[in-house]
Design a protein around this ligand. Structure first.
Ligand code: ATP
Ligand code: MG
Length: 332
């Protein structure tokens, strides 16, 4: 395993306090991301993908509480970090393109001001013309003309907005870029163009990326590794090709069948019967057991161990004990 992880998350849990009780949005999440890699985080809506990413940047709402054994970005621990500490990391070390990007841009300011505001976060004394020149340079890198600087957000198409958000996230040369459903709302042609641009920027800027999506085909096209989340838990993490071709967790197996294949034989798209459990009162055993076609009695009562099933490939399913899996302390 390479010695330079940019992100190390161990046993991360995030709970939201709500009127009804506590939402167990993330439980015991562990993953590791090496410099230059691209990790896809995939799972159904509500599985905790955004929660975990938002926790990494210290941007969770006040009703959230976070615990973890390790939370490190670029070798710096962010466990219990205060706002000032997170501010040093945000944009500079790790930046994020948010799921609802449109809402992140101020509707009453031109794109130019949105850039100069972000530049000022870490370079308050940079002369304005230099900040604007940097903005134009970044816009060019996502194939947008400098005239976009004069536009208001409502004058941009969805694709242009996402490009602006990606350019904004690169202002302070972050090493880690988290893209949360960055292309979900776009047509497939624009989605493809933006994903290609992200891959190019990754090489150009030496970025490490985390691509959060519910779409397995986006992960297949852009990532080296994938973490599959369900109801706040990482069910499987491994190399993309191996995990998609030969999934070891029953949930991953069903998820891969729920997306159309671009190449190869035609196959039926299968849905996954049932729905996510109530995260205020999650199942006592494996969280997927109520929907799992392979569940045995114990699955409903006991949390599954994590098994190593290949090189850098882990899955949390008790059935793997009988399929050559080697139990380990956690997914890493
Ligand atoms: N501020 C909040 N207060 C209470 N519960 C929340 C809050 N934010 C998220 N949740 C809950 O936490 C769980 C995980 O939500 P999260 O947004 O992380 O999922 P997600 O995987 O990103 O979903 P999507 O694919 O729809 O974006 C959900 O049950 C959600 O309702
Ligand atoms: Mg989300």
């Amino acid at each position: 395993m390479s010695a330079t992880p940019i992100l190390e998350v161990e046993d991360l849990s995030v709970h939201y306090q709500v009127k009804r009780g506590v939402v167990h949005a993330a439980e015991g999440v562990s993953y590791r991301l090496e410099k230059g890699q691209s990790l896809g985080v995939v799972g159904e809506s509500g599985s905790g993908k955004s929660t975990v990413a938002t926790a990494l940047l210290g941007l969770l709402p006040p009703n959230a509480s976070v615990t973890a054994a390790k939370l490190e970005v670029n070798g710096q621990s962010l466990l219990g970090a205060d706002e000032k500490r997170f501010n040093q990391v945000r944009w500079k070390e790790a930046a994020m393109v948010f799921q609802k990007s449109m809402g992140c841009l101020s509707p009453v300011h031109r794109i130019r001001e949105q850039f100069t505001d972000v530049v000022a976060v870490h370079q308050p004394n940079l002369p304005r013309d230099q900040a604007v020149a940097r903005a134009a340079e970044l816009l060019a890198s996502v194939h947008l003309p400098a005239t976009v600087l004069n536009a208001y957000p409502h004058e941009l198409s969805g694709g242009m907005t996402q490009r602006v958000m990606i350019a904004l996230s690169l202002v302070h040369n972050p090493e880690l870029l988290i893209l949360d459903e960055a292309t979900t709302a776009l047509d497939v042609i624009t989605q493809g163009q933006i994903l290609e641009e992200v891959t190019r920027l990754k090489g150009e800027f030496g970025l490490t990326t985390m691509v959060i999506t519910h779409d397995m085909s986006v992960v297949a096209a852009t990532c080296d590794r994938v973490a599959v989340m369900y109801a706040g838990h990482v069910m499987e993490v491994g190399p993309v090709r191996e995990t998609i071709k030969a999934p070891r967790h029953p949930y991953t197996a069903l998820l891969t069948k729920a997306f159309p294949k671009l190449h190869g034989e035609r196959s039926r798209i299968l849905g996954i019967p049932g729905s996510l459990p109530d995260l205020v009162d999650p199942p006592a055993g494996c969280v997927f057991a109520p929907r799992c076609p392979r569940a045995v009695q114990e699955c409903h009562h006991e949390r599954p161990a994590v098994f190593r099933v290949g090189d850098g490939h882990y899955a949390a399913c008790r059935l793997l004990a009988g399929e050559g899996g080697e139990p380990v302390a956690r997914v890493c």
